[in-house]
Design a protein around this ligand. Structure first.
Ligand SMILES: Nc1nc2c(ncn2[C@@H]2O[C@H](COP(=O)(O)OP(=O)(O)OP(=O)(O)O)[C@@H](O)[C@H]2O)c(=O)[nH]1
Ligand SMILES: [Mg+2]
Length: 454
């Protein structure tokens, strides 16, 4: 096993060094991030491993504040007639008393860079290229280590990428990486590691392993996420509850089912957050924002459904088309024969016995409460959007998740997947029903089919 590659993350104060580490390590709890300068006071490291083998160590460092004064000081360290190179000059500085006093923070950064294989020089790309940054780069270059500039904040419309490119080129830094710790470009991480591999030839194999592993993990996460959504949809589609055809009992059953579905959605939200290593407070099913920053506060609010452009009354139409007639449609839940009709229309006729007993129940004044197609569509849209948002979210992000309007049509208007029609006829597939049997092979099969469609 070879030594892991050591990288020092350096730069001016408040440019997002700690944020970059959070995003690269997918750790929302790493260090302290704040809009105030001088937040990080000490060097702190994080390690990335593949198959238990540490491949990369990233070191967060305090922000540089007064590089102009430091550069002046370094220049005055040379005795008359002496010409020290960068590392020799820094060595002298680090042994002197100012490295423990006035330039204590700067000394921590330089020591860490000297102890690393290379540095990531983080830049707030919204800033103009000021003299203090050039001086900073000159001081850092004195360490004699390769530096890879990381243009952070490139998702911001005010970024000044061309200016920075030109200025860095004039300083001999021709390779750079565009990044944004809050909204990282999809290939941001890969490009960062690829650029490093060009600077550090020996580290190529380790960096490529890291890239491959991260890609594999991304795919695995996506698959697991789809599965979580498929479970949610199957649970809701298969849910069926008998209720006595009597207003008070109906109202109670409706309220209970709504509550259960909402909670079930929240469970899916939390599982997705956990899968993508975000915190519970980053999103809440109840307040996932919908179109135009408006807040869809309620899954069963007709306005929520309309805002998303989901076709209303799918259950009614389906029921009517099948000639079964529908008793009642109560905002997102169907009370009556629609579910039965749906099961027949879906081609998933159960055994005659099962069918017969339900029909008997109906005749005896029993009704059935099911979750309407509209709600299934909304759930599918919301959760898929959440997943997209989580995939594009950096672990440095601090605001809560905002969802954009979905521009896909299939789940809004198209035919619902076959698996969901099948589920309609299998109440035992739903964990929202008592006596659920979730390990049935046929349920697993339909779940897999549904994952494919997501
Ligand atoms: N929009 C956006 N905000 C960012 C980005 N990177 C950092 N921030 C914000 O910028 C501020 C500073 O981020 P930090 O990560 O604390 O910066 P730092 O360089 O570690 O700062 P010091 O430790 O004080 O030197 C915080 O408010 C972050 O949320 C980015 O890429 N995009
Ligand atoms: Mg910091």
């Amino acid at each position: 096993m070879t030594e892991p590659l050591k990288l020092a993350v350096v730069g001016h104060t408040n440019v997002g060094k700690t944020s970059l580490l959070r995003t690269l390590t997918r750790d929302v709890g790493f260090g302290e991030v704040s809009h105030r300068p001088s937040t990080t006071r000490h060097v702190e490291g994080a390690r990335l491993s593949v198959d238990g083998e540490p491949l990369l160590e990233l070191y967060d460092t305090p922000g540089l504040e007064d590089a102009i004064a430091l550069l002046d000081y370094l220049e005055r360290l040379e005795r008359p007639g002496e010409r020290l190179d960068g590392p020799a000059r820094l060595e002298r500085f680090l042994q002197g008393s100012e490295a423990r006093q006035r330039f204590e923070q700067e000394a921590k950064v330089l020591r860490q860079l000297l102890a690393s294989n290379a540095g990531l020089y983080v830049i707030d790309a919204r800033e103009p290229v000021l003299a203090k940054y050039r001086d900073e780069l000159e001081v850092l270059a004195g360490c004699g280590k390769p530096l890879l500039p990381v243009l952070n904040f490139v998702a911001s419309p005010q970024h000044r990428e061309p200016e920075w490119r030109e200025a860095l080129a004039r300083l001999g830094l021709h390779a750079l990486v565009r990044f944004d710790s809050v909204a990282p470009p999809e290939d941001g991480e890969r490009r960062l590691y690829e650029s490093l591999a060009l600077l550090l030839e020996d580290a190529g194999p380790a960096l490529r392993r890291l890239i491959d592993d991260q890609q594999a993990q991304r795919l695995a996460r996506r698959h697991s996420g789809k599965r979580l959504i498929a479970e949610l949809l199957l649970d809701c589609a298969a849910c069926r509850r008998g209720v006595v055809a009597e207003p008070a009992a109906e109202a109670q059953a409706i309220a209970a089912l709504r509550h259960d579905v909402r909670q079930r959605e929240q469970r899916c939200v939390e599982a997705l957050l956990k899968l993508y290593a975000f915190r519970r407070e980053d999103a809440n099913a109840g307040d996932l924002p919908l179109l135009d920053g408006r807040w869809g506060d309620d899954l069963f609010n007709p306005e929520t459904l309309k805002l998303l452009g989901v076709r209303l009354g799918g259950g009614v139409a389906a029921g009517a088309a099948a000639g079964a007639g529908v008793d009642l449609l109560v905002g997102g839940l169907t009370l009556g024969a629609a579910a039965l009709a749906g099961a027949i229309a879906g081609g998933a006729l159960q055994t005659a016995r099962n069918y017969g007993s339900r029909l008997m129940g109906k005749l005896k004044g029993q009704r059935e409460l099911t979750v309407d197609d509209t709600v299934l569509r909304l759930l599918a849209l919301r959760q898929q959007q959440l997943m997209v948002a989580l995939e594009g979210r950096g672990h440095a992000a601090q605001d809560s998740i905002r969802l954009k309007a979905p521009d896909e049509k299939a789940w809004r208007e198209g035919k619902l997947p076959e698996a969901l029609s099948k589920a309609r006829a299998h109440p035992q597939w739903s964990t929202l029903n008592p006596g659920a049997k979730v390990n049935q092979a046929e349920r697993q099969e339909q779940l897999d089919a549904l994952v494919e469609e997501l």
